[in-house]
Ligand binder design. Structure first.
Ligand code: UD1
Ligand code: MG
Length: 463
């Protein structure tokens, strides 16, 4: 039997004070709602329906490429019960387990969602509520149990008597697993007779009780998992918790961190054993780091593949492939389309864009290499630049194997420098250089003997 999940994500998120919907704010490089959806997937959910409302287009865009996620719009925010009612058409006659989750609780673990689904399915419950006992229950819906300890109702904080507010400490996390068929058949029974005049999904508990349908509660001992992000401060708190989870997993798998508080790694990043991540390192997107690497300090890599035995120091990189034994930095900028072949070296204040640097080739200091294909064993002298842009078009540079480029060389593209050629320092190369040739473009040096000494003498006499 397939499993559905409904992710409620239509809310305003007023407290974020943002022009963007709350659930697209990023936690370790991924939108908040992505985390819930990812946890649902890992829990074995087959189909995920996200209820969007505020900033619907921005939320839809998060899942543009995901075939298992669809978005349904809730045009008016009339409460959590109303939000679920909006997806009734999408659910159709589906009768399997239907988890209800929030788009702003990124810390929920797949195991917790799976346990909730399992509890409901194996016991044929109409609904299982995930509950928690936070140190401060203010604001949460409270679980009311009968004399036998069975769940009787969920009473919203605002609808509780002062006595209930003080004594009912078990709270509704807002996550549930319903039996799909019984949910769609009965959701219309929810009314708005409450303090907020909203359709409360929580009313389903009492509705089922009155119908004699079995309802249960599963209490989680980790309330941090249910932490909702409503403000920037809560976003920072959730980030810290997730950072700790991810870094602990990496360290358990053999990654060294000088200070795990200063390393931020996205959920899809992989890091090999015996690699050290130094402070102020951020690894985002589908970045992978091999074994025995040193990364950082002060390094941000997004969608960068680093093979084994590399050192990447003080570097910003995007969409780059780095083969084994490469050294990069300190202070390098690797832009999309960069490919550094085995044993290459990219040094200090060097920018590379859309270029291949061949095996063992070196670009050690103060250079820009763009739209270039470079062979192996090349040395690029300090301050050399490929002039790839004429203000309108980008042109390629081709540098063969074992080429030596003297310092301060301008290679005006399109241009090809053949295998084994040598370019003298400070040349402006505007036409192709054949293999094994010397190319030199500079004016002849003048030497006037004694001139400097004579000038010094003249100046001293003037004082
Ligand atoms: C809800 C629960 C409460 C629980 C708490 C846990 C109800 C009535 N109450 O209260 O028992 O303790 O969560 O955090 O369900 N949403 C929509 N459309 C709407 C209304 C809400 O999509 O019309 C979404 C929001 O974006 C949010 C979630 O549903 O992600 C919860 O809504 P919110 O209004 O914050 O519920 P709470 O008052 O916190
Ligand atoms: Mg509310």
């Amino acid at each position: 039997m397939p499993i559905n999940a409904i992710v409620l994500a239509a809310g305003e998120g007023t407290r974020m004070k943002s022009a963007h919907p709350k659930v697209v704010h990023k936690l370790l490089g991924k939108p908040l709602v992505w985390w819930t959806v990812d946890a649902a997937r890992k829990a074995g959910v087959d189909r995920i329906i996200v209820v969007v409302g505020n900033g619907a287009d921005e939320v839809r865009a998060v899942f543009a490429d995901d075939a298992d996620v669809e978005c349904v719009e809730q045009t008016e925010r009339l409460g959590t019960g109303h939000a679920v009612r909006c997806v009734r058409d999408a659910i159709g006659r589906f009768d399997g387990p239907t988890a209800i989750l929030y788009g702003d609780t990124p810390l929920v673990r797949p195991e917790t969602i799976a346990a909730l689904i399992d509890e409901t399915r194996t016991n044929h419950y109409a609904c299982t509520v995930l509950t928690m006992c936070p140190p401060d229950p203010t604001g949460y819906g409270r679980i009311r149990r009968d004399a036998n300890g069975a769940v009787e109702a969920i009473v919203e904080h605002k609808d509780c008597t002062p006595e209930e507010q003080a004594t009912l400490t078990e709270c509704n996390s807002g996550m549930y697993c319903f039996c799909g068929g019984r949910l769609t058949a009965n959701i219309d029974k929810i009314g708005t007779n409450n303090a907020q005049g909203e359709y409360y999904l929580t009313d389903m508990v009492e509705i089922y009780r009155s119908m004699g349908e079995p309802v249960s509660a599963l209490c989680s001992d980790d309330y941090a998992e249910m932490l909702g992000v409503n403000s920037r401060a809560q976003l920072a708190t959730a980030t810290k918790i997730m950072q700790e989870r991810i870094n602990n997993r990496l360290m358990d798998n053999g990654v060294t961190m000088l200070d795990p508080n200063q390393v931020w790694v996205g959920p899809e990043v992989q890091v090999g054993r015996d690699t050290e991540l130094l402070p102020q390192t951020m690894l985002w997107g589908n970045t992978t780091i091999g074994e025995d690497c040193n990364v950082g300090p002060n390094t941000r890599l997004t969608n960068v593949q680093v093979a084994d035995g590399c050192s990447v120091e003080e570097t910003v990189g995007y969409d780059t492939v780095i083969e084994h034994g490469v050294t990069v930095g300190p202070r390098a900028y690797l832009r999309p389309g960069t490919h550094l072949l085995a044993g290459a070296h990219v040094g200090t204040h060097v920018e590379i864009k859309n270029s291949t640097i061949g095996e063992g080739s070196k670009v050690p200091h103060l250079s820009y290499i763009g739209d270039t294909t470079m062979g192996s064993g090349v040395n690029i002298g300090a301050g050399s630049i490929t002039c790839n842009y004429d203000g309108k078009h980008k042109s390629p540079t081709v540098i063969g194997n074992d080429v030596f480029i003297g310092s301060d060389t301008m290679m005006v593209a399109p241009v090809t420098i053949g295998d084994g050629a040598l370019v003298g320092a400070s040349s402006c190369i505007t036409s192709d250089v054949p293999a094994d040739a010397l190319a030199l473009e500079r004016s002849k040096q003048q030497v006037i003997k004694g001139w400097a000494a004579a000038r010094r003498k003249r100046m001293q006499e003037e004082e």
